[in-house]
Design a protein around this ligand. Sequence first.
Ligand SMILES: Nc1ncnc2c1ncn2[C@@H]1O[C@H](COP(=O)(O)OP(=O)(O)OP(=O)(O)O)[C@@H](O)[C@H]1O
Ligand SMILES: CC(C)(CO)[C@@H](O)C(=O)[O-]
Length: 280
Amino acid sequence: MVRTAVAFSPGHISGFFRRVEGGDPAATGSVGAGVVIDEGVRSTVSPAHETSVRVVRQGIVAAGSPPVEYALDRLGVTAAVTTECRLPIGAGFGLSAAALLSTLTAINHLFDLGLSTDEVAARAHEAEVLHRSGLGDVAASQAGGVVCRTGPGIHAEITRIYPEEPLYAVSLGPLPTASVLSSEETMARIAAAFPDRCPRDLPDFCHLSRGFAGKSGLIAPGVRGVLEACDGAGVPASMTMLGNGVFACGDGADQVLARFGEVYRLNVARSGPYLIEVRP
Ligand SMILES: Nc1ncnc2c1ncn2[C@@H]1O[C@H](COP(=O)(O)OP(=O)(O)OP(=O)(O)O)[C@@H](O)[C@H]1O
Ligand SMILES: CC(C)(CO)[C@@H](O)C(=O)[O-]
């Protein structure tokens, strides 16, 4: 039987952020706030002569993941990787970061590389920033909670709170992260909209995020209608950054979102990436 390692990483919904450009990828990232969620990516890895990545969602298999392939290359290993997720890809659930963290956690054990959790996160962050697939998602998903990041990268000061109540989300489709992160004009508007404090709790996170979404001009056309419906029902809600979707919390949130698509009930994650098993 081929030796196999399996690991999981939580995803992350970003509510507001501001890009921070550093001298290298480690010092580049974002400040902002988000929620690390109990849904994410499960990665299964085995040694192979060449690296291949299968991305599986709802029984549909796609081939290839440039950030994951890059990260394996940098480690000098080759493996057959399968990532599996339930949430949609490219919809603001931080799944590229979760795929990197889960795959590198599994690879670390598969090849007995002896990397610390910080080293795994640093490599995931580098791949994520270089591919413009995210800025602050790896830093956030290193552990659980409603997260407030006051510096860029994985060693920044990060505060985490752990509310019990769920967050609900709906996706209207993908929004390619790299295209938004590449626009200087958008980045300037985002910087001006950035709130000056961290969220106190989950409703406050929705409230601060909503102010940011409005001022930043990032609200996608389809998202606007969903947010208006949430406003009408008195439900705190905002846009999943960066995805064509909405998150909401509190009484009635799931009923309002259900008018627009499949509702994901998400809990605030209690921990970051972890190894599930190594076989045999
Ligand atoms: N589940 C996954 N498994 C492997 N690779 C993934 C996965 N999700 C995203 N990626 C890779 O990450 C890169 C960027 O993807 P994209 O920004 O569309 O996804 P995302 O991280 O889910 O989005 P977001 O950052 O908005 O949540 C792509 O190269 C894609 O192959
Ligand atoms: C840039 C971003 C919104 C993409 O998901 C996220 O990585 C963040 O908050 O930095």
